[in-house]
Design a protein around this ligand. Sequence first.
Ligand SMILES: Cc1cc2nc3c(=O)[nH]c(=O)nc-3n(C[C@H](O)[C@H](O)[C@H](O)COP(=O)(O)OP(=O)(O)OC[C@H]3O[C@@H](n4cnc5c(N)ncnc54)[C@H](O)[C@@H]3O)c2cc1C
Length: 349
Amino acid sequence: MNEIEVFDVTIIGGGPAGLYSAFYSGLREMKTKIIEFQPRLGGKIHVYPEKMIWDVGGQPPMPGAKLIDQLVAQGLTFNPEVVLNEKVQSIEKQEDGLFRLEGSSGQIHFSKTVIVAVGGGILNPQKLEIEGAERFEVSNLNYTVKSLERFKGKTVLISGGGNSAIDWANELEPIADKVFVSYRKDALAGHEAQVSQLHGSSVVCYLNTSISRLIASDSRDAIELVELTNRVTAEKILLPIDEVIINHGYERDISLLGNSPLDIEIADDYYIAGTPKSESSVDGLFAAGDILQHPGKLNLIAGTFQDAANAVNQAKSYIQPDANKIAMVSSHNEIFKKRNKELVKQMMS
Ligand SMILES: Cc1cc2nc3c(=O)[nH]c(=O)nc-3n(C[C@H](O)[C@H](O)[C@H](O)COP(=O)(O)OP(=O)(O)OC[C@H]3O[C@@H](n4cnc5c(N)ncnc54)[C@H](O)[C@@H]3O)c2cc1C
C-alpha cells in the first residue's frame, strides 16, 4: 500500500488569509500545503486588480494586482506545496485525529491541522444568459477589468448597475472613447456619490434595458453590435461597440462546511463561529480571514494577517504542545539570517 503524505498544516483558500498563513506556517517550520480552487493565488483581490488599495498597514496605495504579487511572493517564501484548480469538497476528522480532505480532482489530502481560509466561498461571475455568448470571452466579452489600458480609446458597454459596474464606468470614462451603461432596473443601485459622478459625466445610461443580442463581426470572432431591449417599452437599440463588460454579480459556492461531517459551530448560516485566537469548535481546525466570525473580527485584508498568525500559532501548539506559544519576531529568527545577508548585499550593490 502507498504511504500517505501527511502535512502539518493544510490551508484551504489562497487569498490574503491563506497566503499569510502559509508564510507564517513556514516561519514556524511546519510542513504546509495550500489548496485553491482558482487557477491562481490571490483570492478576492482578483475581483478588483486595478482598484487602488490604501488601507494595508505600512504599504503605500497600490493597485490590487500589485498587492497580490507581494502577498504571493511572501506566501511562497518557505516553499509550501501549492495545489491549484482543486476545490476542497469536504473535511472529515478521522478517528486517529488526522484530517481527511476530499478534493474535486479525486485526490485525498491528509493533514494534522487545517486552516480554513475560504473567505466568502468560491466566487464565479454571473454569466450573460445569451446562447453562444461564451465564444466571445476570448475576444471582447469581459467579466472583469484586468487592465484599464485594454479599454483606452474604445467604445465600451457596461452591463450592470451596482457599485462595481458604476465604479468601472467612472474609471473608464476618461480613458475610453465612449462609455455606455445598460441596467435592467429603473435606477442605478450604487453609492450616491458614484452615481452623481456618473450622471455628471459623458457616460450614457440606458435604464430598464438589458442585452438581448450580440451581433458578431464578419470574421465572427468578436462582438461588433449589441442589441439592447427596453424592458418597459420593448424598444430596441443597436450599439456599435469595441468591448463589452458584464457586471451582474457573482455566484457563490459555499458548500464546503455543509458537506463536511464536522461538529462545527456556524454563525449566520455560513461563517465559522470562532474565537479571537482563530480557533473553531473542532480541535485542530482553525479559521482565518473573512470566513472567521467573532465580536472583534476585522473584515479587511489587514485583519486577515492577525487571524492567520493566530491560527498558525494555535496549530503549532496543537501539534507540539511544548513549542513556543508564538513565533519569534523575524529579526530573532534563525531562518532569516542567511536571507538577510543576501538582501543586505542586494541593497548595498
Ligand atoms: C470590491 C471589493 C473591494 C475591496 N476593497 C478592499 C480594500 O480596499 N481594503 C481591504 O482591506 N479589503 C478590501 N476588500 C475586502 C478583502 O478583499 C477581503 O477582506 C479579503 O480578500 C479576505 O481575504 P480571505 O483570504 O479571507 O478571502 P478571499 O480573498 O475571498 O480568498 C478565499 C479563497 O478561497 C478559495 N476557496 C473558497 N472555497 C474553496 C474551496 N472549497 N476549495 C478551495 N479553495 C476555496 C477562493 O477561491 C478564494 O481564492 C474588498 C472586497 C471587495 C469585494
